[in-house]
Design a protein around this ligand. Structure first.
Ligand SMILES: Cc1cc2nc3c(=O)[nH]c(=O)nc-3n(C[C@H](O)[C@H](O)[C@H](O)COP(=O)(O)OP(=O)(O)OC[C@H]3O[C@@H](n4cnc5c(N)ncnc54)[C@H](O)[C@@H]3O)c2cc1C
Length: 317
C-alpha cells in the first residue's frame, strides 16, 4: 500500500535539499497512516538521483528517464499515471517554482484538493491537518482536509532525511503523450542575474539597514571572505540596489537554512525571520538589545557593528 508519494525536486543536474526534506515529511505521514513512502524522480540523471534519494524510510523510488530538465506537461502526465497505479493517499511536492507549477495541475487532473506552502502536516489516517503561515509568519492557520490530498511543503521546515535506505528502485514506464507536451525548456537564467544561490550556503553573513551606506558593505564582504561565507541581506539593502534580489532573505526573498547565520544590523522583522528561522546557529550583532532578532539569536552581540565586524574579520583571518 502506497500512502505517500513524494516528488523529488532537481535543477540543472542537482537534487535540491527540499527533496530530502520531503522524505522526512512523507515518512512521517506514511507512519501516521501505516503505509509506505514512495518517491518519484522525473527527468535528469534519474538513476544517480535515485541512489541519493534512497534514504532511510523510503520504500520505493520510481524513476522516469525523460528529458534533462523539468517540464510541466511531462510531470503532470507522469504523476497522474503514478497516482493511478499506486493510489497514494497523499502526494507531497515541494513548494518550489517547479512544484507550484505542476502540483495544481495534478490535483486538478485527479480532482483532488490541494494545500500549498505548508509548514507542518499531520494525519490521523482520515484527516490531514495542514499548517500554513499568514501575515508574514505572524499567524499560523490549520486546514483540515479529508481523504486524498495533494500538498506542497515549504523548504527548510522539515529536517533533511539521512541514512541509507533499502528502497526498491523501479523504472516507471510512463506513457508520455507528445502531442500534449506544449512547452520546452530552452535555457536557464537565474533571477537577478546572480551567480549565487544563498539557500545552498553553509555560512551566511547577512547585512541590514544598520550598515547605513553602500560603501560600508566592504566590511561585510571582508568578514564573509575571512569566513569563506556568502553575503546575504534584508530587503532594504536590495531595495536600495546595493545587492541583487537573489541575495534577499525573507518572505519575499529566499528561505535559507545555513549552519551559521550572522545577522548584522538587521532588526529581525517577521518578514525577515520567516526566511532564516531554520538556521542552525544564529548570531546577531545589533546596538538595540530589544531588537526582535536578539530574541531568536543563539549568540546576541549587543554592540556597534562598525566595531564588532572588523574585529571579527581580524580574528578569523
Ligand atoms: C509584504 C512584505 C514583504 C517583506 N519581505 C521582506 C523580506 O523578504 N526580507 C526582509 O528582510 N524584509 C522584508 N520586508 C521588510 C521588513 O518588514 C523590514 O522592513 C525589513 O526586514 C527591515 O530590514 P532591516 O532589519 O535591515 O532594517 P531595520 O528594521 O531598519 O533595522 C536595522 C537594525 O540595525 C540596527 N543598527 C543600526 N545601526 C547599527 C550599528 N551601528 N550596529 C549594529 N546594529 C545597528 C538597528 O538597531 C536595527 O535593529 C517585507 C515587508 C513587507 C511589507
Amino acid at each position: 500500500m502506497t500512502n505517500v508519494l513524494a516528488v523529488a525536486d532537481h535543477r540543472r543536474g542537482e537534487l535540491r535539499d527540499v527533496s530530502y526534506e520531503l522524505i522526512t515529511a512523507g515518512r512521517q505521514l506514511a507512519d501516521e497512516t501505516g503505509g509506505e513512502l514512495h518517491v518519484a524522480v522525473i527527468s535528469g540523471t534519474v538513476d544517480e538521483f535515485a541512489d541519493k534519494l534512497n534514504r532511510e524510510g523510503v520504500d520505493a523510488v520510481h524513476t522516469v528517464d525523460y528529458g534533462e530538465e523539468f517540464n510541466h506537461d511531462v510531470y503532470a502526465q507522469v504523476l497522474t499515471q503514478l497516482y493511478d497505479e499506486h493510489a497514494p493517499q497523499y502526494v507531497v511536492a515541494p513548494n518550489s517554482v517547479n512544484g507550484l507549477d505542476y502540483a495544481p495541475a495534478v490535483a486538478n487532473a485527479l480532482n483532488l484538493p490541494i494545500v500549498t506552502d505548508t509548514v507542518d502536516l499531520e494525519s490521523d489516517g482520515d484527516t490531514l491537518v495542514a499548517t500554513r503561515e499568514m501575515y508574514g509568519g505572524k499567524v499560523e492557520t490549520t486546514t483540515e482536509l479529508e481523504g486524498t490530498v495533494v500538498a506542497t511543503i515549504r523548504g527548510g521546515e522539515w529536517p533533511a532525511a539521512e541514512g541509507t535506505g533499502d528502497a526498491a528502485i523501479e523504472a516507471f514506464d510512463a506513457e508520455i503523450d507528445e502531442d500534449a507536451v506544449g512547452s520546452t525548456v530552452t535555457g536557464f537564467e537565474e533571477v537577478g542575474g546572480g551567480d549565487v544561490d544563498i539557500s545552498e550556503a553553509d555560512v551566511l553573513v547577512s547585512v541590514g539597514r544598520g550598515i547605513e551606506e553602500e560603501e560600508n558593505l566592504e566590511i561585510i564582504r571582508d568578514l564573509a571572505d575571512a569566513l569563506d561565507a556568502t553575503v546575504s541581506s534584508s530587503r532594504p539593502i536590495v531595495d536600495s540596489g546595493w545587492l541583487p534580489k537573489n541575495r534577499q532573505v525573507g518572505q519575499s526573498g529566499k528561505v535559507v537554512t545555513p549552519d551559521v547565520y550572522i545577522a548584522i544590523g538587521i532588526s529581525g522583522a517577521v518578514q525577515h525571520v520567516a526566511g532564516m528561522k531554520g538556521s542552525d546557529t544564529i548570531v546577531a550583532i545589533n546596538t538595540d538589545p530589544n531588537a526582535p532578532i536578539m530574541d531568536i539569536a543563539d549568540y546576541a552581540i549587543h554592540d556597534d557593528l562598525f566595531d564588532v565586524v572588523p574585529a571579527l574579520t581580524e580574528e578569523f583571518q
